[in-house]
Ligand binder design. Structure first.
Ligand SMILES: Nc1ncnc2c1ncn2[C@@H]1O[C@H](COP(=O)(O)OP(=O)(O)OP(=O)(O)O)[C@@H](O)[C@H]1O
Ligand SMILES: [Mg+2]
Length: 250
């Protein structure tokens, strides 16, 4: 199996006539955490949303260039299948206004899983992975909206995992959370990378340094620099990257 899971070739995106991404070529490596960093408005969320086609299909952007998933152009993958294989978690937790149980069985039911026993297993397994099982096992019928912010975000990650994705995209998943919940999520992502490839947008340089194996620095809609986290932080090649790492764009 190739080391590259997602490959972008000269990818660009525009909203109406405004170009927001240009000439982005990169490879995302399997079984690793890749952090996308850069100042506000540089195109981080746009890049992430391009990877499961949310950008053009829901966001109304026009795109050029190509994105391949495991060697296959994502334009040729049915959207249902693509969304199953590439899960997404957003900045603000977005549980459905349903019970915890129904949040967790939504995707499996949609993708055709039958039988209470099988569904119960999926619910338990993924709540255990995200450390929520012990906290919620006696109240699975409770509305997911009644959980704390950190619990809601872990539920959203657990819910994304129920679709058995290969890749998990996370857009600033901790920015609405306190330090403790952030630590829990970071530990969780470090565990998950053994089974999933993770791409995370973060504003938090400390977070990128703590959890990412690879880093992408975006600036003005371009991929400015990419390297292993170690190299990018210790030996940035471009002056703008260095400035960003020293807080110049904060
Ligand atoms: N739906 C939209 N319509 C028009 N322009 C948009 C839309 N969404 C984003 N943009 C523009 O595209 C550019 C990139 O936005 P994007 O959300 O990708 O930035 P970002 O790096 O994620 O920023 P932030 O760190 O603030 O989340 C910005 O100039 C933004 O104003
Ligand atoms: Mg963003």
């Amino acid at each position: 199996m190739s080391d590259t899971v997602i490959k972008l070739c000269d990818f660009g995106a525009a909203y109406e006539k405004k170009t927001v991404l240009e000439g982005v070529s990169t490879s995302i490596r399997r079984g690793r955490i890749t952090a996308i960093m850069g100042p506000s408005g540089c195109g981080k969320s746009t890049l992430l949303k391009a990877m499961n086609r949310m950008l053009e299909l829901q966001g109304g952007a026009s795109i050029r260039g190509s994105i391949h998933l495991d060697g296959q152009d994502i334009q040729s993958i049915p959207v249902d299948e693509l969304r199953r294989r590439v899960g997404m978690v957003f900045q603000t937790p977005t549980p459905f206004p349903l019970s915890i149980y129904k949040n967790m069985t939504y995707a499996p039911l949609y993708y055709g899983v039958h039988g209470k026993q099988k569904l119960d297993e999926i619910v338990r397994e993924n709540l255990e992975i995200t450390g929520l099982w012990d906290e919620v096992k006696d109240e699975l019928d409770k509305s997911a909206l009644k959980l704390s912010g950190g619990q809601q975000q872990r539920l959203c990650i657990a819910r994304a995992l129920t679709a058995e994705p290969e890749i998990l995209l996370l857009d600033e998943p901790c920015s609405a959370l306190d330090v403790k919940s952030t630590q829990v999520i970071e530990q969780l992502l470090l565990q998950l990378k053994e089974r999933y490839t993770i791409v995370i947008v973060t504003h938090n340089l400390f977070q990128a340094r703590r959890i990412a194996d690879d880093c992408i620095f975006m600036l003005g809609g371009e991929l400015w620099e990419q390297n292993t986290t170690e190299e990018l932080f210790s030996n940035p090649q471009r002056p703008e990257t260095k400035d960003y790492l020293h807080g110049a764009y904060a």
